[in-house]
Design a binder for this molecule. Sequence first.
Ligand SMILES: Cc1cc2nc3c(=O)[nH]c(=O)nc-3n(C[C@H](O)[C@H](O)[C@H](O)COP(=O)(O)OP(=O)(O)OC[C@H]3O[C@@H](n4cnc5c(N)ncnc54)[C@H](O)[C@@H]3O)c2cc1C
Length: 265
Amino acid sequence: MYTIRNYVMADSLEQAYEWKQKGRNNVIIGGNLWLKMGHRAIQNAIDLSRLGLDQIEEDAEGFRIGCMVTLRQLEVHEGLRQAFGSLFQEAVRHIVGVQFRNLASVGGSIFPRFGFSDVLTAFLACDSYVELYHGGRIPIWEFAEMPLDNDILTHIYVKKDGRRVCYQSYRLTETDFPVLTCAVVRKADGFETVLGARPKRAVCISDVELKAPEKEEAREDYAQQVAARTEFGSNMRGSAAYRAELAKVLIGRALLELTEDKTCR
Ligand SMILES: Cc1cc2nc3c(=O)[nH]c(=O)nc-3n(C[C@H](O)[C@H](O)[C@H](O)COP(=O)(O)OP(=O)(O)OC[C@H]3O[C@@H](n4cnc5c(N)ncnc54)[C@H](O)[C@@H]3O)c2cc1C
């Protein structure tokens, strides 16, 4: 069971940040879905709901997504769908259920950098930047490698650059945590692959070349090389060896969809 001594509504990000610096028992509360599963004794649960951070703003270059935007907003946003096809829909649609996704926040999904995260995998597959109250704007791949600290994630900025992405995941049973997540990206200058739920933080493999994606042997060779470059681990959902095999299958499926121009966009 977790306990909260004070529930505090921040009037500004500055105030929320100051409260958070008072010690590790002062936490930002997003949808409270993960926090409530824990056993922490929380001193101040800091709510950002009044700060207008629940909007997805689109401009000519991209999307600025507030940390209190829900996973459901990502799932049904028409602009994101036009820019990235089914990526965000596919990434979140297996996460528990619609009521859950109506509460789960982008900030609470990205800041902790969960080793099982569909959401982190999806943002890593785009040219994305996190905006931290103290740390400023940094590329998401850099943020994904950083240790957890006491900052506040305020927004994520995702650039539109014409890339196509195919998202795949594998679960032992519907709505369970994924055994593996995989997003294959096709850009003007080549392919890259993000693998998550390894079960470690998602990583992007961008140094494997795929010259002839229309050829099955070339796709198999690419998948083999990406899997070989990725470090997998074991947990109750699968062994490292199983995940390495699964990675090749998911990459193969995604490449086929991207090459045949099927459902991804
Ligand atoms: C039963 C269950 C199943 C799940 N299945 C999946 C799944 O299959 N795939 C998947 O990707 N995810 C899954 N999740 C994770 C889920 O999607 C959310 O990511 C998670 O619940 C956190 O969202 P939240 O808004 O509830 O965050 P909270 O629980 O409110 O917060 C989570 C953590 O983030 C911190 N935090 C929140 N907002 C900020 C911020 N703006 N800045 C800094 N720190 C912040 C909090 O202090 C806390 O430490 C699952 C979660 C649960 C409980």
